[in-house]
Design a protein around this ligand. Structure first.
Ligand code: CA
Length: 227
């Protein structure tokens, strides 16, 4: 699917020029011609990247950037006037990913867009699928657990239990909570099953690799703690 780029730029000639170039490159394009419109459209989760001019009516580009960053990590490339160093610094402080000084070559902007979008894809893939704890790498998409490149073979429930513990690391999880979240409604037995599965995991991971990953919290439950 084509990436959707929002151009926030009040100078209509520049906006139109960028729109044509980006569409030619296969991007979908939206335009906002003032800061408030830029903020509204920029918060739409369908937008994959924002090109944000700093000198804007109603709401400045810096302010738009700051407010978007309160709730979104969408890549933002700022366009700044020549020599306006303080604006650049402020924009980057407000969480912009990159900036270009006007006038710029369109090839330069296209290159920056490709880099920013690629970085975003890499970040998303990593955050969506991998859970890492010291030497252990769990890949949810591949349903694979590696320790020092050895593959650890886990049953379905062992795997799900480990995912749940890793996703909630540093939080003590009660047996009841684990039972509800990992076993759900398919299981009607008592919470001793948790102790049994924790023992399986410890046998395959903690003991085999001399790790101290899963901690018992007496009278409560279990936790995976960062060192
Ligand atoms: Ca402007």
């Amino acid at each position: 699917m084509a990436h959707k780029i929002l151009i926030v730029e009040d100078e209509s000639k520049i906006a139109r020029f960028l729109e044509l170039e980006l569409k030619y490159e296969g991007y979908e394009v939206e335009i906002a011609s003032n800061g408030r419109e830029g903020l509204e459209k920029g918060l739409n989760p369908e937008i994959d990247l924002i090109i944000l001019d700093l000198m804007l009516p109603i709401l400045s580009g810096i302010e738009v950037c700051r407010r978007i960053r309160n709730s979104s990590n969408v890549p933002i490339i700022m366009l700044t006037a020549k020599d306006d160093v303080s604006d650049k610094v402020m924009g980057l402080d407000m969480g912009a990913d990159d900036y270009l000084t006007k006038p710029f070559a369109i090839e330069e902007l296209l290159a920056r867009i490709r880099v920013a979008l690629k970085r975003e894809v890499t970040k998303k893939e990593a955050s969506n699928s991998e859970l890492i704890f010291n030497n252990l790498i769990l890949d949810k998409n591949k349903r694979q657990v590696l320790i020092n490149d050895d593959e650890i073979i886990l049953t379905k429930k062992e795997f799900e239990l480990l995912v749940y513990l890793l996703e909630n690391r540093n939080i003590v999880l009660s047996r009841e909570t684990i039972l509800e979240k990992v076993w759900g409604f398919e299981y009607y037995g008592d919470t001793n099953i948790i102790d049994v599965y924790i023992r399986y995991l410890r046998g395959k991971i903690d003991q085999k690799y001399s790790l101290n990953m899963i901690h018992t919290v007496r009278g409560v439950g279990y936790v995976i703690k960062d060192d």
